[in-house]
Design a protein around this ligand. Structure first.
Ligand SMILES: Cc1cc2nc3c(=O)[nH]c(=O)nc-3n(C[C@H](O)[C@H](O)[C@H](O)COP(=O)(O)OP(=O)(O)OC[C@H]3O[C@@H](n4cnc5c(N)ncnc54)[C@H](O)[C@@H]3O)c2cc1C
Length: 550
């Protein structure tokens, strides 16, 4: 009757992460890694200590909306929880956005920043959401060439001074749809003072942000995406009151419950054009590319957190006379999860590398095509993996994984948003087809994969190499055949095709890293993961007949 189960615990999340450390040792010069390691070690310490403790203590707190004050004034005040208030300060001071803009490491600053975000994210209950949009807004404003807005907002979005730090929202989704934003109903009216927005925004996360980028149709513009313009909004006046914005309610969501996701009515909200009076959907693309990168990094970060807890617990939980860490089947189960997470990690960080090269304008034209293709593919592939991994992690705790005050179920609930926002799996699969249309990007993926596999010599990696090649051949031939059969066949198979591209890219990158790790670290663990991942379903293409659909 005296048995007491020891709970899972976290150590320094940088020091304990073999995959992250091995990857950084490959892509950063040793002296550069030494320079940035203090920042990563400190973030890893915070994530495993203060932030994690506060995350558990803050579990039941949620953001609060107060619409009216005692005297009947509409105030629409949002109060964040203690964890989020601390997360905001730490994010600013540790440069979780700023690092990418300071560019101390040139193009690899993006990798450094993503490593910070990866460590920070799992202990801060999706504070990554406002940071992703902040980062995306800074990139979008910089790309817009609008010097007045750049001078006004970018220094706040990219500062390390917590008192000066602004976050940004992204208001696209309306009742008419989040995928088909061309249906946007919000109108922009012009008067002597400039533009004012009228409409309803149906999902606006991090509504506590100081600014937002949003889409609206200037009066007289044609319907569809082309007729929309991209606008910049400062959400509150100098007294902290919303500027003609009513917060109708906060959404009651499955997960991401620390994120204040609101429904808004814009009642003449002052707004400034970011870039021209049309083509808003095209002009907001830089923001989406960055938030999709963050989505991938968050996916691998949550997978890693689940694994860190599950591995620790396996050493503490005894069943049938021995810790779970000595049970072959439990180990086999966790090793499969590890392989999935490890493959996803290399994909997300590879897209970070390409993004960094594009930001410093070192990227070649061919690499730009590859980045255009891989951003949606990476986001859709890792989002799906995150949900699957979180589910398996919960099961690895038995009943405890299903009980709220262990702090475990939130991993699954929060992961479930990753395939939905920033483009659902299907919407991104169709975007993948658009990226391929009339472009050389599939050829660029073939070259990237060939380059990865060229360095592989170890005989234990022969299977992964074979699986990558055969999956790519199948994907290429499927595409040719589906194009011949027409649009319905292409669309119907787009998800299986895109996931196959994603998983084979992951396997190629993991296999390349595994060879490097054998050569430079005499470590075969990445090889083990590559072999497992190779047999975990890479080629998902099946040739169903689109005519069967009704
Ligand atoms: C927690 C949370 C926070 C959010 N925060 C924000 C935010 O801050 N700002 C913002 O703008 N939005 C936000 N969103 C909205 C989110 O981006 C949208 O929900 C998402 O893009 C999907 O749009 P929808 O809900 O209108 O679904 P729909 O577009 O109606 O899609 C429904 C289903 O149809 C599928 N589908 C759609 N078109 C096609 C097609 N052509 N072919 C095949 N399948 C298709 C989709 O994949 C999906 O499965 C948030 C959502 C959530 C859950």
């Amino acid at each position: 009757m005296n048995f007491q189960q020891e709970p899972p615990a976290l150590g320094n999340q940088y020091e304990d992460d073999r995959v992250l450390r091995s990857y950084l040792a490959r892509v950063l010069r040793a002296d550069v890694l030494r320079d940035v390691e203090d920042s990563l070690r400190e973030m890893g310490r915070l994530a495993g200590a203060e932030l994690y403790e506060l995350q558990l203590a803050d579990r039941l707190n949620e953001p609060k909306l107060t619409q009216w004050d005692a005297w009947g004034n509409r105030i629409d005040k949002i109060e964040l929880t203690p964890l989020w208030r601390l997360a905001e300060r730490i994010a600013a001071e540790h440069g979780v956005v700023a690092t990418a803009y300071e560019q101390t490491l040139g193009s690899l600053s993006r990798v450094h920043q993503c490593a910070l975000a990866y460590l920070f994210t799992p202990s801060t209950d999706i504070y990554s959401c406002p940071l992703a949009m902040t980062d995306g807004a800074a990139r979008t404003l910089l790309s817009s060439g609008n010097e007045a807005l750049i001078d006004r907002a970018v220094p706040h979005l990219t500062t390390r001074d917590a008192n000066e730090f602004w976050t940004a929202g992204q208001w696209m989704t309306e009742l008419t749809g989040g995928s088909d934003v061309g249906l946007t109903e919000t109108i922009a009216k012009h008067d002597a003072d400039g533009f004012r927005l009228y409409g309803r925004k149906w999902f606006t996360s991090a509504v506590s942000s100081q600014i937002a980028l949003t889409l609206a149709r200037p009066e007289g513009n044609p319907p569809g995406g082309r007729g929309l313009a991209l606008f910049y909004v400062e959400t509150r006046d100098e007294h902290g009151r919303p500027r003609n914005i009513e917060i109708n309610r906060l959404k009651d969501k499955l997960g991401t419950r620390k994120v204040p996701t609101a429904e808004l009515t814009l009642t003449g909200t002052p707004a400034q054009l970011v870039q021209g009076t049309t083509d808003g959907v095209r002009n907001i693309t830089p923001l989406l590319n960055i938030t999709r990168l963050w989505n991938g990094i968050s996916s691998v970060a949550l997978m890693r957190r689940g694994l860190a807890l599950a591995i620790d617990y396996a050493g503490k939980r005894v069943a049938f006379g021995a810790p779970l860490s000595e049970k072959p089947l439990h180990l086999d189960t966790l090793a499969n999860v590890q392989a999935e997470a490890e493959a996803a990690f290399h994909f997300a960080f590879y897209v970070a590398e390409l993004t960094g090269r594009s930001e410093t304008r070192e990227i070649t034209e061919d690499e730009s095509l590859l980045l255009r293709l891989l951003t949606p593919v990476m986001k859709l592939t890792t989002g799906k993996q995150a949900v699957m991994v979180a589910s398996e992690v919960l099961e690895s705790f038995g009943g405890a994984g299903y009980v709220e005050d262990t702090g475990l179920p939130v991993l699954l609930r929060d992961s479930q948003v990753l395939p939905i926002w920033e483009g659902t799996t299907n919407v991104l699969a169709l975007d993948t087809l658009r990226a391929l249309r009339g472009s050389d990007s599939l050829r660029q993926l073939e070259l990237m994969v060939t380059h990865c596999l060229d360095s592989v010599r170890d005989s234990r990696l022969a299977d992964p190499v074979r699986v990558v090649r055969s999956s790519l051949d199948h994907a290429t031939s499927w595409l040719t055949e589906a194009e011949r059969r027409g649009q319905p066949a292409l669309e119907a198979g787009a998800r299986r095709f895109s996931l196959t591209l994603g998983r084979l890219a992951e396997l190629a990158l993991l296999t390349k890293h595994a060879q490097w790790s054998i050569d430079h670290e005499q470590d075969r663990r990445a090889t083990t993961s590559a072999r497992r991942f190779a047999s975990a379903g890479i080629d998902l293409i099946v040739d169903h007949d689109a005519d069967e659909l009704s």
